[in-house]
Design a protein around this ligand. Structure first.
Ligand SMILES: [Ca+2]
Length: 461
């Protein structure tokens, strides 16, 4: 047997050989936060005001190293919900459908439905509406546009399909924005589900801090723009391949954002301020939902998952938005809380979003469908101090990234031949500033990482 195949099989066996859970929670509260990067107090970023996420983390296990498998909304969510990885042919774009997994794949909603769970989707869980036919209920808040502006000028521009502001700071009540309405709906659902006394898979998709950064003023007031710091590495690394760069079209679409070139420091800090305000706004809504869960006495029989769909660059590497193979676009916050797992713990064992489906099978004591390509995280949840998994695999368009321990290796191929690559060692360069693949002394390591990447792909394509 090829030694690298053996290495991967051993790794898989270790992760899969977790002990069975004694008394599993039956319900699942699955909270997905759009574009939430792990710039949070629980990740050592104490300038962020997120007391409710902090409180959830104090009741569960926080994954210090969780990664999406593809850094764009629709594709990331479709991969997560189907339990299979993106390839060159599936889960490519923001509008990717779960159906790209193939009609024979039982996705997570089918899985819980089949087991008698009530399945509810509140707001953005899949990117495409009506993409999954088997939700018992798929609910969305109503407005003329998904951007949900409240400023009259922004609304008018948006309705007329013209670019509007990338942010708005209005002294309004939380309830005018989608995320507060989504929390209201979820709280009502919890009351009904308690009354129904049936197991539930309740998926809640909060849409901030996705652009535009539209949070009520009181959340902007939590931060002083003068104290906001730009990232240490706020220009594109000189030694990174050009193919790793992008034009951050998602942000440039908005009014007052230059169509080319960098943005000035004040605007950059204003955008970061808006992102932080949006995080604090969504944190408040998460707190309301969990308070309701607690108040109804449902917590002791519920596993809570809080996760982002991918990372986000806030001028890191001179980039904005997702859509890259840098760590900042791939890393996501992940907290899992259930009564049988340790509280207030962190783990450095790696997690991937494709691992969530098998994890929820385990935690709810269901059989795992055979198609799943991730690994259950239950061992990490039971023993957060131990490292069970040291690798992750992600891709953005033609760039494929293998994360192994401290190494972040990405390569781009043409007709199976490597044309560009980049390698960062996070033990010496956590901000990814120097592409080690440009240095001759790393040639052997680059070749090794490339071989491992190809073997992983063979396993999962
Ligand atoms: Ca997203």
């Amino acid at each position: 047997m090829n030694k690298w195949f053996k290495y991967i099989l051993i790794l898989t066996f270790i992760v899969e050989s977790s002990a069975q859970i004694q008394e599993p929670p039956r319900n699942v509260l699955f909270i997905m936060v759009d574009d939430l990067r792990p710039e949070l107090n629980i990740y050592g970023q104490s300038h962020i005001k997120s007391p409710n996420i902090d409180a959830l983390a104090s009741e569960g296990v926080t994954f210090n190293r969780a990664y999406c498998n593809v850094p764009v909304c629709g594709a990331s969510r479709a991969s997560l919900l189907s339990g299979i990885r993106p390839t060159a042919d599936r889960f490519l774009t923001y509008y990717a459908s779960v159906s790209a997994a193939g009609s024979n794949i039982e996705h997570m909603v089918d899985y819980f439905n089949k087991r008698g769970y009530q399945t509810i989707s509140n707001n953005k869980i899949t990117h495409l509406k009506n993409d999954i036919k088997t939700w018992d209920e798929e609910w969305y808040p109503e407005d003329v546009s998904w951007r949900n502006y409240q400023d009259p000028q922004n609304r008018s521009l948006n309705i007329n399909k013209k670019p509007a502001a990338a942010y708005e700071m209005l002294d309004v009540d939380d309830s005018v924005y989608f995320d507060a309405q989504t929390a209201d709906k979820t709280i009502e659902d919890l009351k009904q589900l308690k009354s129904d006394n049936s197991p539930f898979f309740l998926a809640v998709g909060f849409v901030k801090p996705h652009l535009p950064f539209t949070a009520p003023k009181k959340y902007w007031d939590l931060y002083d723009i003068d104290s906001i710091q730009l990232p240490k590495q706020s220009t594109f690394p000189e030694t990174a391949p050009k193919i790793a760069n992008h034009k951050w079209g998602e942000l440039r679409h908005y009014k007052d954002i230059p169509k080319n070139g960098p943005i000035d420091e004040h605007l950059a800090k204003t955008l970061i301020h808006g992102y932080y305000a949006s995080v604090s706004f969504v944190d408040a809504q998460i707190g309301r939902v969990i308070k309701a869960l607690d108040g109804l006495g449902l917590r002791e029989n519920t596993v809570i998952v809080l996760v982002g769909d991918h990372g986000w660059s806030l001028s890191d590497h001179g980039l904005w938005a997702k859509h890259s193979n840098f760590e900042v676009a791939l890393q996501v916050p992940l907290i899992i809380s259930a009564p049988e797992f340790p509280k207030n713990r962190k783990t450095n064992s790696i997690a991937e979003l494709v691992d969530l489906y098998p994890t929820l099978c385990n935690v709810t004591q269901g059989e795992k469908p055979s198609h799943l390509q991730g690994n259950s995280l239950v061992s990490s949840l039971q023993n957060p101090d131990k490292i069970y998994k040291t690798t992750a695999l992600a891709r953005w368009q033609k760039g494929e990234t293998l994360i192994e321990d401290n190494y972040f290796y990405t390569e781009w191929t043409l007709n199976s031949n490597r044309i560009q690559c980049m390698l960062y060692d996070h033990s010496i360069d956590p901000d990814e500033t120097v592409n080690l693949a440009e240095l001759n002394r790393y040639n052997t390591l680059v070749d090794t990482m490339s071989r491992k990447l190809k073997l992983f792909k063979k396993l999962f394509n």
